[in-house]
Design a binder for this molecule. Structure first.
Ligand SMILES: Cc1cc2nc3c(=O)[nH]c(=O)nc-3n(C[C@H](O)[C@H](O)[C@H](O)COP(=O)(O)OP(=O)(O)OC[C@H]3O[C@@H](n4cnc5c(N)ncnc54)[C@H](O)[C@@H]3O)c2cc1C
Length: 405
């Protein structure tokens, strides 16, 4: 049983159903809508979709757009320099043609459809999921006012940040203090922008991100120091959000500043969370339910795909579905999320620094990172995968070197 038919739940359910398992998915909503969530999948997440066989589902059913170039506009370079120094995303990870930009609801639908086509049962409008752990666990839930009870072999909690599975079973969620606010808006009418180019840049107090999607849509994000959290609030927030894309360092951003809103504009405090042992008898947590990476560095979709692969591999091993069967997943996830916390801390300190002297600090950091291959790899970790970078890059010593005066 999978509770939550989002990216992690839908993806895992599809993989398990295709492997011939009997899968029941419980989803609270009647349909997936835009909740201002992740819509950019990093190269290492795309690599995972190839490994679990979900790439075509995202590309074809969800019409995911391939992003081949990353341009880092900002107040440290001229627009021309930024374009000359664009990072090619099509040759960094073997077998991966680029990152993916995809509507979150469309991706959930595509993964759910893949699961259902492979024989999984998806029940929507589900409430009051109550779990008693054990071998097997007992689950009750309410649908259409009727209470039902089942005894699956294992329950996967994939019900997102506010996971009721995690909360009701008493898993402890550790959390960092939010340093950054993150706002998002999906826009239409951006056909003039090159569809295979994304943007991540910092100008003044704004860290701005652009991910073009198919059909002339684009997902825009703005990240900013939490000390200024009132910046994008009130009835004018959508207008203020779009105006923020009018930047001297990013003249082509005019396309986005004048685009048409195509979804809600919402802002959230950003942080990292984790659960030390996201397993207990008959229960395993995946995706945001098991703890999330700070959305500032856009890892959640990739994390969900890796979780889906490792949990499906554990279940495919044999008949032992006790917590020890998930040990490789638990161990790998702990180190993966630790490294991503480290990366998010570095990016937040540099890219969303609203204090005086921020431009000078960023300038020094850029020079230092670009001249030291070990330090440079920490930046690359978020693109190619945290495990592909030497562990020495994620230590207190490396951090001290990064931020020395
Ligand atoms: C502002 C913002 C920007 C982000 N940007 C990026 C990005 O660019 N790239 C990236 O990779 N990640 C990004 N993320 C993170 C990413 O969105 C998440 O990590 C990802 O969506 C997690 O997937 P999930 O399946 O675990 O959770 P969700 O996508 O939240 O899905 C959970 C599902 O469970 C259902 N559910 C909830 N409670 C219950 C219940 N009690 N019973 C049954 N069903 C339930 C929900 O309806 C939902 O369908 C961003 C997040 C935010 C907030």
């Amino acid at each position: 049983m999978v509770v939550g038919a989002g990216i992690a739940g839908g993806g895992l359910a599809a993989v398990l159903a295709r492997a011939g398992m009997d899968v029941l998915i419980l989803e609270r909503t009647q349909e997936h809508t835009d909740r201002v969530r992740g819509e950019y999948m990093q190269l290492w997440g795309v690599e995972e979709t190839h490994k679990v066989g979900l790439y075509d589902d995202l590309r074809e059913s969800a019409e995911a757009n391939v992003i081949r170039r990353l341009i880092r506009y900002g107040d440290l370079t001229t627009p021309e320099e930024a374009e000359q120094q664009a990072i090619g995303l099509d040759a960094l990870v073997p077998g991966v043609e680029g990152a993916l930009a995809v509507s979150h609801p469309a991706a959930c639908d595509a993964l759910d459809d893949a699961a259902v086509s492979a024989g999984a049962r998806l029940v929507r409008n589900v409430n009051a999921v109550a779990i008693k752990p054990g071998h097997p666990p007992t689950v009750t839930y309410v649908v259409d006012g009727e209470e039902r009870s089942v005894r699956p072999r294992v329950v996967v909690g994939a019900d997102g940040r506010e996971s009721s599975v995690r909360k009701q079973l008493g898993f402890e969620l550790h959390a960092t203090t939010p340093r950054v606010m993150g706002a998002g808006l999906r826009v239409a009418g951006t056909e003039a922008w090159a569809a295979d180019e994304c943007v991540i840049g910092t100008d003044g107090e704004w860290n701005f991100l652009v991910f073009p999607q198919s059909g002339g849509f684009a997902r825009l994000y703005l990240m900013y120091d939490i000390a200024h959290k009132q910046k994008l609030t009130g009835p004018d927030k959508t207008r203020l959000f779009l105006e923020a894309f009018q930047l001297d360092s990013f003249p082509k951003g005019e396309v986005f500043a004048t685009a048409t809103p195509a979804g809600p504009c919402a802002a959230f405090p950003m942080n990292d969370t984790w659960v030390d042992e996201p397993v207990m008898p008959g229960v395993v947590l995946v995706g945001d339910a098991a703890g999330w990476s700070d959305p500032l560095i856009g890892q959640g979709l990739s994390v969900a795909m890796r979780d889906a692969r490792l949990v499906s591999e554990a279940l495919a091993q044999g008949d032992d579905w006790s917590p020890s069967a998930f040990a490789p997943y638990v161990e790998e996830r702990a180190e993966r999320m630790r490294r991503l916390r480290y990366s998010a801390y570095v990016v937040a300190r540099l890219s969303c620094d609203g204090a005086p002297g921020a431009v000078e600090r960023r300038g020094k950091f850029e020079t230092r990172v670009n001249s030291d291959p070990d330090l440079f790899m920490v930046r690359v970790a978020a693109l190619i995968g945290p495990e592909k970078v030497p562990a020495a890059g994620f230590t207190d010593e490396a951090m001290a070197l990064l931020f020395q005066n």
